[in-house]
Design a protein around this ligand. Structure first.
Ligand code: FMN
Length: 195
């Protein structure tokens, strides 16, 4: 049995990545238990960008928590064992809170705990361009042991649809979590069919 914690924050123009992860993780790893926490901003953005409510994602996971549910959620404690946490997308605000130890909601607390227990923490950021504060915060996150993963889809796999681009990022996240998947076409050398 594998257990992962997923955070979805209001890194606007990116909640689709978090939802796709939830939609696919069980397909590739049916024995993965998923614990989800979504920020209030992410709920608003899910409605705006994807036209879906929290109920949609609730049905895709084993346990869903409110971001204010600090006291009652097992993921707030290091005693809750898991195989990694991914925040997808991770807003610059949540990144800043994590790297400065501000654990005032369940997402930042669970991330803080993940780092202190030396477990895998993946932060899928979506912001461009970046200011020095963002870059310094990413440096701090990396030094603290997190993997900072910009949601920057590749083009070597010749994506044809938005879905292809979303699947590339989610597939790379599953790779980092150690979950075998065929969500995207892996690089296999230059193709010969140029016109
Ligand atoms: C129109 C709009 C676009 C935004 N785009 C981004 C973005 O691309 N990346 C980001 O990190 N934050 C973005 N934000 C800011 C976050 O939504 C904001 O910092 C929010 O407080 C994050 O809260 P949370 O991390 O608790 O979900 C955007 C906000 C708005 C209103």
């Amino acid at each position: 049995m594998r257990r992962i914690v997923v955070g979805i924050t209001g890194g606007a123009s990116g909640v689709v990545y978090g939802v796709r992860l939830l939609e696919t993780v069980r397909k590739y790893s049916s024995n993965t238990e998923v614990h989800l926490v979504i920020s209030g901003t992410a709920v608003d953005i899910m409605r705006h960008e994807l036209g879906i409510s929290k109920e949609h994602v609730r049905n895709l996971v084993d346990k869903v928590y409110d971001e204010n549910e600090l006291g009652g959620a097992p993921i707030a404690s290091g005693s809750f064992k898991h195989d990694g946490m991914v925040i997808i997308p991770c807003s610059m605000k949540t990144l800043a809170s994590i790297v400065h130890g501000i654990t005032d909601n369940l997402i930042t607390r669970a991330a803080d705990v993940t780092l202190k227990e030396r477990r895998k923490l993946i932060l899928v950021i979506r912001e461009t361009p970046l200011n020095l504060i963002h870059i310094k915060n990413m440096e701090l996150a990396t030094l603290a042991g997190a993997v900072v993963m910009p949601a920057a889809p590749a083009f070597y796999n010749r994506p044809r649809t938005i879905d292809d681009m979303v699947n590339f990022i989610v597939g790379r996240v599953l790779d980092l979590l150690g979950i075998e998947n065929d969500l995207y076409n892996r690089w296999s050398g230059y193709s010969e069919d140029a016109t």
